[in-house]
Design a protein around this ligand. Structure first.
Ligand code: ZN
Length: 100
């Protein structure tokens, strides 16, 4: 049987606890400790908040990147059309000249 675990140990274990990586008995110890210790609950909440923030900023970065990619795509399409259009007009002219 493990002895009562200290706040330091719980804080060390919290990331693994939140990831669900702890064995059942250690997990129970952490849960027991969290029930009685507001300080560690605050630490747990801080980790959760931090992760949520990270997740959201990852998400925002992804969204911004996609947005940027889209504008780049539009730019390239515009470029291609801008480039092809005069070319097509010249080609058309040549066709007309060949026929007549
Ligand atoms: Zn504690």
């Amino acid at each position: 049987m493990m002895e009562k675990i200290t706040c330091g140990i719980v804080c060390d274990l919290l990331p693994s606890y939140l990831d669900g990586l702890l064995s059942e008995s250690v997990k129970r110890k952490v849960e027991e400790h969290l029930e009685h210790c507001k300080k560690c609950r605050d630490v747990e909440q801080a980790i959760i908040d931090e992760r949520e923030r990270e997740r959201l900023s990852e998400f925002n970065r992804g969204a911004r990147f996609k947005e940027k990619l889209k504008s780049v795509k539009h730019y390239i399409i515009g470029l291609i059309i801008g480039f092809l259009f005069p070319f097509a007009v010249v080609a058309l002219w040549f066709c007309i000249l060949m026929i007549f």
